[in-house]
Design a protein around this ligand. Structure first.
Ligand SMILES: Cc1ncc(COP(=O)(O)O)c(C=O)c1O
Length: 382
């Protein structure tokens, strides 16, 4: 006799509250996908070679549960240089992508019922993970220019435990200024909040835009949970490696959860990540320039469509397009699929994303142009 499967309460709660509908379908043949935040570049050669070398030279056994000591040591020195504060390797936890860093840190710091402030639209995983942790989510909509609504954040901060930001921001492409981050630090200090800052796109920032890392904000020193990924900067989405850096007590709690859920990250992949981290920035410049050229194509094509709204992305490889139809964004994505282009519904990124769709320009120029030619007339109500 079989018993009918009933998901756990936690799984049901996630399915009920998730911003992101659970779909397993990938766009069919002939559909241009502007969905995935997955760089179309190959992982740079020195990283691939380091992986092969690591496997050949015996990095085939369990790694240290907190992460390869050499990699953590290197990252700690990088973080110390950027922040001008001493970070030790004990404050770094290597994780299965930034996704696992986000997951364990949410579970490490949030108790059920505690409030987490999430400026939005933003990366949907934050709210989903906070839901799994049983936290209360206080969304604070970005200002119309897609920057932080600091008054709104201050108003939501009372009784909160943590605020989560993504800088540069997926899906808006906004890069928060130093002044914004300093004001956020003041709010965090006043309400004794932890500040989780996910900087997965910190190397994809366009000319003329100053990027300030949360690491450089003195006022965040005591309360910063810094999350980073190798996925986007080094075109390593499939390698599954990222890290977090935080005050030691947070790292100890997060490491315990990461060990419990995941165990250590693949040994050889961590050696490849070390090769990535030591790659000179000029090896990344070609990719950044290409994203910028694609960003310019998007901005130009959208400007040719009266009525569409777009704040030119300052970083990331995403653009959030505001449309004219009076339809929910999930319905617009369905209609877009019928026209042969797959995009994400703005509502996936929070209530403030309604009325928008997100495109990713991590795909080559010709597909991007053809995808936009299919999409923009629909968004303009033609
Ligand atoms: C802002 C942000 N953080 C984290 C991630 C997940 O990164 P990873 O591949 O390292 O799990 C993504 C992926 O899209 C992202 O956009």
């Amino acid at each position: 006799m079989t018993t009918a499967f009933v998901p756990s309460r936690r799984a049901l709660e996630l399915a009920r509250r998730s911003l992101r509908p659970v779909t397993v379908s990938s766009p069919g043949p002939g559909v241009i996908s502007l969905i995935a935040g997955d760089p179309d570049f190959p992982t740079p050669d020195p990283i691939r070679e380091a992986m092969v070398g690591a496997v050949s030279s015996g990095f085939t056994r369990y790694a240290h549960s907190q992460g390869d000591p050499d990699l953590r040591e290197f990252l700690a020195s990088l973080l110390s240089r950027r922040s001008r504060r001493p970070y030790t390797s004990e404050q770094v936890l290597i994780t299965h992508g930034a996704s696992a860093a986000l997951a364990v840190v949410m579970l490490a710091v949030l108790d059920p019922g505690q409030r987490v402030v999430i400026p939005e639209p933003t990366y949907s995983l934050y709210a989903d993970l906070a839901t799994v942790a049983g936290a209360e989510i206080a969304f604070v909509r970005h200002r119309p220019d897609l920057h932080l609504d600091l008054d709104g954040i201050a108003a939501a901060a009372a009784r909160a435990r943590m605020v989560v930001i993504c800088n540069p921001c997926n899906p808006t492409g906004a890069v928060y200024s130093r002044a914004e981050l300093e004001a956020l630090a003041d709010i965090a200090a006043e309400h004794d909040l932890l500040v989780l800052c996910d900087e997965a796109y910190d190397h994809i920032v366009y000319e003329g835009v100053d990027f300030t890392s949360a690491l450089q904000i003195e006022g965040l020193a005591e309360r910063l949970i810094y999350v980073q990924s190798f996925s986007k900067t080094y075109a390593m989405t499939g390698w599954r490696v990222g890290y977090l850096a935080a005050p030691r007590e947070v790292v100890v709690a997060a490491a315990g959860l990461h060990r419990t859920f995941n165990g250590p990250v693949n040994s050889a992949v961590q050696r490849a990540a070390l090769a990535a981290a030591t790659l000179p920035d000029d090896r990344l410049e070609d990719m950044r320039r290409e994203y910028q050229a694609r960003r310019d194509i998007v901005v130009r094509m959208v400007a040719g469509c009266p009525g569409l709204r777009l704040r030119p992305p300052q970083g990331t490889f995403y653009a959030l397009l505001g449309y004219r139809l009076s339809l929910p964004s999930t319905e617009v994505t369905r209609l877009a699929l019928e026209r042969g282009v797959a995009v994400r519904a703005g509502a996936e990124y929070g209530p403030g994303g309604e009325g928008f769709v997100r495109i990713a320009f991590s795909t080559d120029r010709s597909l991007l142009v053809e995808g936009l030619e299919r999409l923009l007339p629909l968004l303009a109500g033609e």
